[in-house]
Ligand binder design. Structure first.
Ligand code: NAD
Ligand code: UDP
Length: 355
C-alpha cells in the first residue's frame, strides 16, 4: 500500500460516515472525530445502544453531527443517506459481537455482519466512496501458532463471529483490488476496555456481560455478587487467562490515524490494535480493586469453552504505518471504567428514565 493519492490532504476535515456510531467504540471515536473538526454522519439501528449515547457525545464536544436511525442491511436507505451525505470515508463499526450468541445463531450473525457489509459496499459504490476503516478482531487469528500475533499470523477463526470478520476482511480485500484507487484499513482489535475520562460515555452491555471488564465493574458497583474466573490452570504467570487490553480512547485514536492513512494511500491493510502487553484476569481484578477502592469478589470456575491461555498483539505495524501507539495503561483503564460505572450504575438508562 504505497501509492499516494495527491487529491486528498489527509489532515484536513473529512466527511466521515460512521455505522454503529452510537455503540461503545463508536461514541469514543466520535468524540475525537468531532474534536478534530471532521463532519460526521452516524448510522445506527440502536439494537445494542441508545440515542442517549449520542446526546452524551454532543454534551462532551459541544459540536453537532448528523444522526440517522437505520439498519445496515437496508441497502436502499444506506444508498439514499450515503448519496446525500457524500462521505470521503466510512468507519464501519455496526455489527453483532457476541461470540456465544454467534455460535447459537450463526445465520443472524452472517446476515448482520456479512450481508450488512455487502449492502454498505454497494451503497458506497453508488456514492463513489472508496475508503473504509473496518472494525475487525483478533479472533480472526484463532489459536496461536506463535505469540505475539502479528498480521502475517495464519487466519483460522474458531467461532462463527470470528468467521464473519474473516469473510468481511476477504471481501474488503477483493473490493479494494477491483476498485483501482480504493482503500481499506482492517483494524484488528485486541481487548477494548475503559471509558472516556469524563465518565459520560462508556461500555453499556445489555444483560449479563460476557467480557471481563464490565463484569468486574458490575461486581464492584454491587449489580452482581461475584466474578467467575474461567480457569486458573492455564500456562500463564498466575494460571488465569492473559489478554492484551487496549484503552478505548487509544483505540479511538487508532481510528483517526487510520482515516488519515486511508485518505492518503490506496490498497488494503490489516493492522493490529493492541498494546503488546498481556494482563491476566487476577492482575486485572487487583488493578480494579486499587482504582475503585472496592473489593471484587471472585470464584474460580471451570474454563470457558474456546478460550485460549494468552492473546497478545505485535503492535509494531500500527506504529510503522499509522504512527499510532497505545499510551494508556491498566491503571487508566480501570480508573476510567470505574468513573463511568459509578456515575452511571445502570448504564445510559436509569430504569426507563433518560440518563
Ligand atoms: P457495540 O455493540 O457497542 O456497537 C455496535 C453498534 O452497531 C451498536 O450501536 C449497534 O446498535 C449497532 N448495530 C448493530 N447491528 C446493526 C445493524 N444491523 N445496523 C445498524 N446498526 C447496527 O459494539 P462495540 O464494542 O462498539 O464494537 C464495534 C465493532 O467493533 C463491532 O463490529 C465489533 O464486532 C467490533 N469489535 C469489538 C470488540 C469489543 O470487544 N468491543 C472487539 C473486537 C471487535
Ligand atoms: N473471563 C473471566 N470471567 C468472565 C469473563 C472473562 O475469567 O466473566 C476471562 C476469560 O477467560 C479471558 C479474559 O477474562 O481469559 C478476557 O475475556 P473476555 O471475554 O473479556 O475477552 P476474550 O476472551 O474475548 O479475549
Amino acid at each position: 500500500m504505497t501509492a499516494r493519492n495527491t487529491i486528498d490532504d489527509p489532515h484536513t476535515g473529512k466527511r466521515v460516515f460512521v455505522t454503529g456510531g452510537a455503540g461503545y467504540i463508536g461514541t469514543h471515536t466520535l468524540v475525537q472525530l468531532l474534536s478534530e473538526r471532521h463532519s460526521v454522519c452516524v448510522f445506527d439501528n440502536y439494537s445494542n445502544s441508545s440515542p442517549q449515547s449520542l446526546e452524551r457525545v454532543r454534551r462532551l464536544v459541544n459540536h453537532d453531527f448528523d444522526q440517522v436511525e437505520g439498519d445496515i442491511r437496508d441497502e436502499a436507505k444506506l444508498t439514499r443517506v450515503l448519496g446525500e451525505f457524500n462521505p470521503d470515508i466510512v468507519i464501519h463499526f455496526a455489527g453483532l459481537k457476541s461470540v456465544g450468541e454467534a455460535n447459537l445463531f450463526p445465520v443472524k450473525y452472517y446476515e448482520h455482519n456479512v450481508q450488512g457489509t455487502i449492502a454498505l459496499l454497494k451503497a458506497m459504490d453508488a456514492a463513489k466512496c472508496k475508503r473504509i476503516v473496518f472494525s475487525s478482531s483478533a479472533t480472526v487469528y484463532g489459536a496461536a501458532k506463535y505469540l505475539p500475533y502479528d498480521e502475517n499470523h495464519p487466519l483460522a477463526p474458531e467461532n462463527a463471529y470470528g468467521r464473519t470478520k474473516y469473510h468481511i476482511e476477504g471481501m474488503l480485500g477483493d473490493w479494494v483490488k477491483a476498485g483501482g484507487d480504493a482503500s481499506a484499513v482492517l483494524l484488528r482489535y485486541f481487548n477494548p476496555v475503559g471509558a472516556h475520562e469524563s465518565g459520560l460515555i462508556g461500555e453499556d452491555p445489555n444483560d449479563v456481560p460476557n467480557n471481563l471488564m464490565p463484569f468486574i465493574s458490575q461486581v464492584a458497583i454491587g449489580r452482581r455478587d461475584v466474578l467467575g474466573i474461567f480457569g486458573n490452570d492455564y500456562d500463564t504467570r498466575d494460571g488465569t487467562g492473559e489478554r492484551d487490553y487496549i484503552h478505548v480512547v487509544d483505540l479511538a485514536a487508532a481510528h483517526l490515524a487510520a482515516v488519515g492513512y486511508a485518505c492518503a494511500h490506496t490498497g488494503c491493510e490489516a493492522i493490529n490494535v493492541g498494546t503488546g502487553t498481556g494482563v491476566t484476569v487476577l492482575e486485572m481484578v487487583a488493578a480494579f480493586e486499587k482504582a475503585s477502592g472496592r473489593k471484587v469478589a471472585y470464584r474460580v470456575t471451570g474454563r470457558r469453552e474456546g478460550d485460549v491461555a494468552t492473546s497478545v498483539a505485535d503492535a509494531t505495524k500500527a506504529l510503522r504505518l499509522l504512527g499510532w501507539t497505545a499510551r494508556l495503561g491498566i491503571d487508566e483503564m480501570c480508573a476510567s471504567t470505574w468513573k463511568w460505572q459509578s456515575k452511571n450504575p445502570q448504564g445510559y438508562v436509569q430504569r426507563g428514565k433518560a440518563a
